[in-house]
Design a protein around this ligand. Structure first.
Ligand code: F6R
Length: 242
């Protein structure tokens, strides 16, 4: 595991963007796994800047997002599809037909999840997967549990995740209670993994995830077993690691 500590959020974003742009430049037709949330917004801004400067193209890239709320239409402004359009896809030359987000509007959970898993396999599997880190160690929507879920599946969100996400909705009652998410097995099958985290509120979970015991009670801890992981955190998030 490569563990990189940066001065602040801006430097974390730039450093992580460099990992992604380096990967895309050397594998122009790669499969990128993408994440939503607050943490990668700066990183996506850096990628858009690189694209606008002519230093990066996504024209042959295929993307798969980690997760999507179940029951939200892709046009809903809190859907993860909307987030991706707004923060990345509409600003770069990625082919919209090659961008994938689980279909939150599909009511048949088993069909939606199986179709997603099959699309990833048909694309040749994930190349570089980007991950944020939940306060309870979740990655995607894989919450602490007695075992690691393997494939894309439907989850009930925990109170902690519903509370954390409620800042983005008018009221906590509007936050969806379920989501479709890649499984830990789906994520671990990626060739490379890039994790980003910032801020003092992530310090405890960064320590537990990357320097504590590997346990499904801290889902991100499984990443310690992946052969090609880069973690980029700002110094506040790294504060409890030394
Ligand atoms: C987002 C996702 C989540 C977030 C995590 C951290 O697609 O899968 O696991 O990465 O909740 O979110 P932020 O970055 O908002 O702290």
């Amino acid at each position: 595991m490569k563990f990189i500590v940066t001065e602040d959020y801006e430097a974390m974003s730039r450093t992580a963007a460099r990992v992604i742009s380096g990967y895309v430049s050397s594998h122009p037709d790669c499969v990128l796994g993408l994440a939503t949330g607050s943490t990668p917004i700066g990183l996506y801004r850096c990628l858009v800047e690189d694209y606008e400067a002519g230093a990066l193209s996504f024209k042959d890239v295929t993307s798969f997002n980690l997760d999507e709320y179940r029951g939200l239409d892709p046009q809903h402004d809190q859907s993860y599809r909307y987030f991706m359009e707004h923060n990345l896809f509409s600003h770069v030359d990625i082919d919209p037909a090659r961008t994938h987000v689980p279909d939150g509007a599909c009511p048949d959970a088993a069909a939606a999840c199986a179709a997603y898993e099959q699309s990833i396999a048909e694309a040749g599997g994930l190349g570089l997967q980007l991950l944020g880190l939940g306060h309870n160690g979740h990655i995607g929507f894989n919450e602490p549990a007695p075992e690691f879920p393997k494939e894309t599946h439907c989850v009930e969100l925990t109170e902690s995740t519903i509370n954390a996400n409620s800042r983005l909705f008018d009221s906590i009652d509007d936050v969806p209670r379920e989501a479709y998410t890649m499984g830990i097995g789906t994520i671990m099958a990626a060739k490379e993994i890039l994790v980003v985290a910032n801020g003092s509120d992530k310090a405890d979970i960064v320590r537990r995830a990357f320097f504590g015991p590997v346990t499904p009670e801290v889902p991100a801890s499984i990443l310690q077993f992946h052969p090609n992981v880069t973690v980029v955190v700002d110094k506040e998030a790294a504060a409890l690691c030394q």
